[in-house]
Design a protein around this ligand. Sequence first.
Ligand SMILES: C[S@@+](CC[C@H](N)C(=O)[O-])C[C@H]1O[C@@H](n2cnc3c(N)ncnc32)[C@H](O)[C@@H]1O
Length: 333
Amino acid sequence: MHDLNEVQTRFTLFANNECKGYSNHYYELALAVADDQFLLDFVAKQIVTQPNLFFAAVQLLSGLSQMPQTAVDLHSFVRENETQLAGLMQTRRTQTNETGRCAALLPALPPGRLALVEVGTSAGLCLLMDQFQYHYQDQIVGTESPVSLHCDVSGDFPTTLQMPVIGWRAGLDLQPVDVHNGADAQWLLACVWPEHEVRRRRLAAAIELAKTQQLVLRQGNLADASISQLLSEVPDDLTLVVFHCAALAYCDKEQRESFAHTLIEASNKRDIVWISYESPTVIPEVTALDTQRNPRSFLLGRTWLKKGGGLEDRVDELLAHGHPHGAELSWCS
Ligand SMILES: C[S@@+](CC[C@H](N)C(=O)[O-])C[C@H]1O[C@@H](n2cnc3c(N)ncnc32)[C@H](O)[C@@H]1O
């Protein structure tokens, strides 16, 4: 059983830092949980108490159109569906697969023919980044696509972006999501917040696109040997890009360090470009370059690991601050 005060604080912070101004529905419901002894008890009994996981489970069970709207509705819904909700919170993870984040990743890619490895890939939808169309205000990258991404940019944003050429791609996840499995696809959709219709349509389109591809998705932990194994399979003649977004945030300090160590070891054999789009503090070397310290912005980091260069030759860059779902990007000068 988790500490009730901690769960209460977690839901209050979620309401104020993540939902306010972005999802009024979850803002109200998160505050309702923080103010309801029975709901706090229910969440505190679960292994993972993350608000996003709880609300995705509620949304999946109720259906989007029947989702509880008020504190009273939520209280009754959880009372009536306690066992099923607990079951979902035990077996599912927060796996929001947000293609919008590709709008942040694209300008960080190096030139040349690339091999992409994504850790914390969920259903691997971000691995399909070369098949989306990007709108950075007037700058449009890519041809028409069912997945169309719009990102408001500011600062010294690059003006001559090109679609990457991707020769190989693979993803790793603790629990890869299979888009061909109806229940998995429904779970992905339930991870999208109720008011976010554009995101939901984009996700549905990306799921359909992914069904037409043969994506290589491996089950494994980014902090164990699975990642070295995957890296050893990457063809030598491509520039290796390892990336992650909203994934290392779910790992503890030891796991993050182990992952960084694996990349540095793997760079004994080849150059690696490591791109991260995560909340502040996740990658300490990128965080150290951040002077804004805005807890609501993600940091777009890029680390160059030169072949055989080890830690000494590591070069870290903070490229931009961005919206967690990729709707805005403020480029650093
Ligand atoms: C919020 S989702 C983000 C998915 C995707 N990166 C995106 O931005 O659309 C986080 C993903 O990281 C995965 N994950 C969390 N910890 C992990 C670990 N230690 N090793 C591999 N995957 C992990 C989860 O299973 C989940 O699919």
